[in-house]
Design a protein around this ligand. Structure first.
Ligand SMILES: [Zn+2]
Length: 537
């Protein structure tokens, strides 16, 4: 690089251009006005760069189809990261509202962080330029107007969606598994010929007695793509999928349960179950059932009414309350006979509760598994197994690391404080030594008498002894805390406190256990098989 070039290098400013096409622009695009299109935004910015020779384009950041509020904007995130890493000097946008319509985001970045990072922001059409200080007020007013605009647009979109849902139009961009959005009318659902067969099979398997876990396993064994992976394979790019290894994306019990209870497969649309807090706060909240928008026969059914009804009955049946008072006992619908696969019925005596194979009524000894099992014994056994599972699955490393860090910080602080005290004392000692040197010179030059010198020296010696003692005790303290710092005794206690379950309840059993099979008693060993099928591997 010659000298001239290196000078040029210094004055050139690296520019990143940010382009955004928002939902609200798309409506405008339908008309003749396409001034907001990505292409036009880009042309306008490139034109500007060409007219300003000190600017050199280094990167383009482009978010499409995304709202200007705080929603996920991947390219925006990348732009901010590059700003922070000083990969660019100037952020160039068509307007401040292209950057963000959210006042908070404008404040945070344009008026604060960019200043800190020495990044210049230029919005062409509204003459925003952070290099121009007098510009700040008008930039803030612009931000406020943009925010009001966003609020209006958001209200309009909400009410438009509501009226569409009331007319039975499908408004989500993605269809649920088994359907696809019609290519002719994007508010209509049509049957996906491949996925709909899997849906039918799931209903079929459930009625054959397969549990959620077994169905999921069956589909995974057959290498059938689960709904999210299937969506991805069909070209719908989902962020949750694209960053995970393919083999990890599998069918699980939740997916099966969702499919078995979704009235969509009957041809009915139920929408508006959830909403967000506001156009800025995207926290999802569930709406009460009476606020849902339900329209029947809006599309072709995949499952007939009879099959669907049977499955709903079976779903209830398998977790059937055993008593008239409606209380579901802990093991209800979970325990089956290993010999004949009938469920194990609960039976009470005066003293204890038991489970016994239901295929074993008085008089008809149909099943070889005749002996009952004590309810509390089974609870105890299961609790032990669950605790074992928890121990295995609990992320020990995270917990341990965190707690060690906390204690370490506490001790590190103490040690640092002591080190500082130690340094202060050493400094003082060396100062005193200097003083002693001066004192000696004064004596040599006969500025002080021998008596005076002796007296001052003994003062000094006493002082030095004190300081030496103090140093010793500080060293002891430092040793003590250093030892503490490296010990992780507290961590172990903490971990034990959190990782053990003391008592079972229905929710815990439901979460962990798919089914339990109880075998007959082996006469020779006087033991019996208890096989637990977990909801996970
Ligand atoms: Zn049995």
């Amino acid at each position: 690089m010659n000298e001239m070039e290196s000078v040029r290098e210094k004055i050139l400013l690296k520019v990143g251009i940010y382009l955004r096409l928002s939902n609200e622009d798309k409506d405008k695009l339908n008309k003749d006005d396409d001034s907001e299109s990505i292409k036009n935004q880009r042309n306008m910015l490139l034109d500007y760069i060409e007219k300003n020779p000190q600017f050199v384009l280094v990167d383009e950041y482009c978010d499409e189809d995304l709202s200007g509020a705080g929603t996920y904007r991947p390219e925006f995130e990348r732009l901010i990261r590059d700003c922070e890493d000083r990969k660019i000097d100037v952020v160039l946008c068509k307007s401040q509202s292209r950057f963000s319509r959210d006042m908070e985001v404008v404040e945070k970045y344009i008026n604060n962080k960019f200043k800190e990072w020495n990044i210049r922001f230029i919005g062409l059409s509204d003459n925003a330029d952070t290099e121009n200080n007098g510009n700040k007020k008008s930039r803030q007013i612009n931000g406020l107007v943009n925010e009001w605009y966003l609020e209006d647009v958001s209200e309009n979109i909400r009410s438009a969606f509501n009226s569409k849902m009331k007319q039975g139009e499908f408004i989500s961009p993605f269809a649920s598994y088994g359907y696809e959005v019609s290519k002719i009318d994007n508010n209509k659902l049509v049957v996906d010929p491949v996925a709909s067969e899997v849906v039918k099979e799931i209903y079929d398997l459930y009625l054959k007695g397969f549990g959620f876990t077994r169905i999921a396993q069956y589909l995974n064994d057959k290498s059938i793509a689960c709904p999210s992976l299937y969506k991805y394979q069909k070209g719908i790019k989902l962020n949750v999928i694209s960053c995970r290894p393919r083999e990890e994306i599998k069918w699980n019990t939740n997916a099966i349960k969702t499919i078995l209870t979704n009235e969509l497969y009957l041809g009915h649309l139920i929408q508006g179950k959830r909403t967000t807090v506001s156009y800025k706060n995207h926290k999802v909240i569930n709406k009460p059932k009476d606020k849902w928008i339900r329209r029947e026969n809006t599309h072709e059914a995949i499952i007939d009414e009879e099959t669907f009804a049977k499955v709903q009955v079976a779903l209830k049946e398998r977790t059937k309350p055993m008593k008239a008072n409606g209380i579901v006992h802990n093991f209800s619908g979970k325990v089956f006979c290993k010999e004949c696969t009938h469920y194990m019925r609960k039976k009470n005596s005066a003293k204890h509760e038991y489970l016994v194979c239901s295929n074993n009524r008085d008089g008809y000894k149909d099943c070889v598994n005749k002996e009952s099992i004590r309810y509390d014994a089974l609870e105890k056994l299961l609790l032990e197994h669950i605790n074992e599972k928890i121990k295995k699955f609990y992320d020990l490393s995270i917990l341990e690391a965190e707690s060690i860090k906390k204690d370490k910080n506490k001790y590190t602080k103490k040690i640092n404080l002591l080190m500082k005290q130690k340094n202060d004392i050493i400094n003082q000692m060396s100062k005193t030594k200097n003083y002693l040197k001066n004192l000696y010179e004064d004596k040599v030059n006969e500025l002080i008498t021998a008596e005076q010198f002796k007296e001052l020296i003994s003062d000094y010696n006493a002082e030095e002894e004190k300081l030496k003692d103090r140093l010793k005790s500080i060293d002891n303290e430092i040793n003590y805390y250093t030892l503490k710092e490296s010990s992780n005794k507290n961590t172990k206690e903490l971990f034990n406190k959190y990782q053990r379950l003391e008592k079972l309840n229905r929710v815990i059993i439901d979460e962990f256990v798919d089914r339990i099979y109880i075998g007959k008693i082996n006469e020779e060993t006087n033991t019996r098989d208890v096989e637990i099928k977990w909801n996970f591997d």
